[in-house]
Write a protein that binds this ligand. Structure first.
Ligand code: ADP
Ligand code: ZN
Length: 435
């Protein structure tokens, strides 16, 4: 394991504080145990790939100076897994204090090891069994996971992973710190503003930001410049946003037109309802999506009801634009938008009780797989959801219709250029917005 420590983590003050408190405990572990306490059984760091979970876990391990048994199930066959896990736990308990470290626990117990959805019950059971059979007050399990929904509740309850630390994507302030951290010892043009860079990297992870600065350096080097200028940074930001390789050729003509119409719909609704949040638009296919509008938004902001409704309208606006510009054709391909919109609407209704408790369904009970709602209540919730989604679609269609001229401009620009940056979007907006 490479030697890292807490100084390798920029930003994330609260999270690092929590980990360094734990570290203090681990360092004085013998004294603590002699008073009759036990270590937390398990610490789970949860967050998107690239937010720094591994670095944080490794820093905690290396700074605690405690023996660490690493579990890497790489090539272990499913049939051997139970024995393998048991042996690893025994290795740890044989000489305490000790830490057991599993990176990407969800790969073991989560969806990715099998098809379909939900936690892999069999794997989870094996893991819990190894953990239970080898319970020991001087051993703590540290794990990272990208998605704790995949892990199943049985792993999360007290006595198993009794400490869960969520690592969100960095906030604006954290991004500034990460940018400072990675720009140490590098030369920048005087005009480069790290604040602006922090603003245009909303929703980027620490790993993305490291990559942006490195790519910018490469770009400057290719052009024989010593200093990184803002253009270099912007270019690498856009590369990450749009993974902008030259895939445009794969878009045939009809496709291109429809995707441009669809994305323009999202863009228009975004400009009407959350102008600051619009970051860029692209019709270059990426993974399963045919194009997309990048939204700059701090994921930490808590949305109010109206903001969530706005998000639903924005999600439906791609379909809305198709209806406005191609009223005679019914395209499929907005499934993801529709399911996202439907999901948000349903959550607003049944989780937040914004529409009254007659539409409320207790999420905690639901997660345990129990049926909480009577058939009647279920129907009430579904009907209300349909009503809300339909209203939002109507609203999205209105927005596109009211801004048809502006939309046409974006469609033709997108067909020409494939991607537009926020700057280009705003230039067109300021020129063609009729208000
Ligand atoms: P994860 O385990 O969440 O996928 P990693 O810990 O592997 O992420 O981090 C990926 C890369 O990004 C590492 O090189 C790491 O140093 C860097 N990184 C991520 N977040 C930060 C941060 N807050 N400060 C410094 N580097 C970071
Ligand atoms: Zn869409």
């Amino acid at each position: 394991m490479k030697k890292v420590n807490f100084d390798c983590i920029a930003g994330y003050k609260a999270e690092v504080k929590e980990l360094s408190d734990l570290c203090k405990l681990l360092r004085n572990c013998d004294e603590f145990l002699s008073k009759g306490f036990r270590l937390p059984r398990g610490l789970l760091l949860v967050g998107e790939p690239g937010v720094g979970k591994t670095v944080m876990a490794e820093s905690l391990i290396s700074e605690s100076n405690i023996r660490c048994v690493k579990i890497d199930i790489g090539n272990v066959k499913d049939d051997d897994l139970a024995d393998f896990l048991d042996a690893k736990f025994k290795e740890a308990t044989s000489n305490t204090p000790a830490i057991i470290f599993i990176d990407e626990l969800d790969k073991l117990c989560g969806e990715s090891r099998m098809f379909g959805y939900g936690a892999d019950i069999e794997m989870t059971r094996k893991f819990i069994k190894a953990m239970n059979d080898n319970q020991c007050d001087g051993v703590m399990v540290i794990a990272t996971a990208n998605d704790n929904d995949m892990l199943g509740d049985s792993l999360m309850r007290s006595g198993r992973f009794d400490r869960v630390v969520n690592i969100p994507v960095p906030s604006y302030e954290d991004r500034k710190e990460i940018i400072n951290y990675y720009s140490k010892d590098k030369k920048f043009d005087k005009k480069v503003s790290f604040e602006t860079l922090a603003k245009i990297t909303g929703s980027f992870t620490g790993a993305d930001i490291e990559c942006v600065i490195n790519e910018a350096g490469i770009n400057a080097a290719i052009e024989d410049r010593d200093e990184i200028c803002f253009k270099d940074l912007e270019k690498s930001v856009n590369r990450i946003v749009f993974q902008g390789c030259e895939k445009e050729k794969s878009l045939d003509k009809i496709n291109k037109e429809i995707v441009a119409i669809h994305e323009t719909g999202h863009l228009i609704a975004g400009l009407c309802l959350d102008k600051e949040g619009v970051g860029g638009v692209s019709i270059i296919p990426q993974g399963d999506t045919k194009g997309h509008v990048k939204v700059y938004r701090d994921p930490l902001t808590i949305c109010n009801k109206q903001e969530i409704i706005n998000k639903i309208v924005i999600a439906l606006a791609g379909r809305a634009a198709e209806k406005v510009f191609k009223p005679d054709e019914d395209y499929i391909g907005a499934e993801f938008d529709l399911s996202k919109a439907y999901g948000m609407a349903k959550s607003l209704i049944q989780d937040s009780a914004f529409y009254g408790f007659e539409y409320y369904a207790d999420a905690r009970v639901r997660r345990m797989g129990e049926v909480v709602t009577s058939e009647e209540r279920h129907k009430r919730i579904e009907d209300k959801t349909c009503e809300l989604v339909s209203e939002c679609l109507t609203r999205a269609i209105e927005l596109v219709k009211n801004n048809k001229e502006l939309a046409e401009k974006y469609i033709s620009e997108l067909k020409k250029k494939y991607s537009l940056t926020r700057e280009e979007i705003m230039r067109i907006y300021n020129r063609y917005n009729k208000k």
